[in-house]
Design a protein. Sequence first.
Length: 400
Amino acid sequence: MTHTPLRLLLVGTGALALSTGLAQADQVILDDLIVDGSACIGLDCVNGESFGFDTIRIKENNLRIKAQDTSSSASFPTNDWQITFNESSNGGANKFSIEDIDGGATPFTIEAGAASHALYVDDGERIGLSTSTPVVELHIVDGDTPTMRLEQNGSSGFTPQTWDVAGNETNLFIRDVTNGSKLPFRIRPNAPTSSIDVEGTTGDIGVGTTSPTAPIHVVRSNGTAKVLIEENSSTTAARGLLELRNSGTTFLTLADEGSGGETWNIQSNSGEFRFTNATGAGIELAMTTAGDMTISGTLTENSDKNAKMAIVPVDPQEVLQKVAALPVSSWMYKDNADLGIRHMGPMAQDFHAAFGLGASDKGISSLDTSGVALAAIQALASENAELKARIARLEDKLAE
């Protein structure tokens, strides 16, 4: 049986309708349709259309392909979709869109004039933006500062805020677009590995180390490891630079009291803990591992009368008697016996037992020893005055 070609059939049917003056009826084909060639759909298709390599062509001034789902059961999806080529309004956009008809949204659009490979998905499921050769899951290419923007637009009731994450030949940075495009975070090219490294369990921050063992752990191998805290304002007023707290209570503060530019160093050197003034020569204070402390100036202890209470006069004669009975020895500290350094003085236990002074019987305050010495001197001065007076009286009698 010979079949009449569909193209001839349709042309013949159309000619018959025109010749009889009847309105053209929709063509209903109650079978599968196979077109052995190309197809053109649209009001502007012409007889003898030159298809080139086109298999299906739609041709008119409003181009749409609509997928209308007629499912009637509530358990089946029924959403309608549409592919739209260009807007229909005068001056509208030249674009290709996929529209969610039921949802009233356009989730996907490509504008005319977009560069080649503006969006590219390769066979490794990598996405390229402006590249056809993405080498990571998301690969963005641009000639000047490729940027990713994160914009909270206020549509959910939260305050609008916009951030940019970008990078170029000078730095990788985060830009606070909303607040004057400040750059609160930067990484310069060629920064060493683990310049900043946050440990996954404790949250410890390593600077130059992948295994920080403290909340902030700085490691360098070139002799430059240090922590610098700098106040760069021009004020000379006192200001705190470092404050340590325990449960909200401050127990240590390092502060600049506006002393006029003095620079102090805290050092560990040759087994000594030192305070030195960087603007002058010498060591102002040094303490050894044995507890020996040396200062370059005088030691002043608070003895302000206004800072004292329970003031009781002492009997110098009683103090002198106790001093006379106090054992005084020469000795060395065990911690630095190898240095051969000797000292002289009473034992803290004997001193505390005799005078009851100090916080415990394990140490002696230099203020207490000087007070005991002064009281004993007063007693000796009193005895010396009495002896002088007695000698003077005896000399007067001998002279008679």
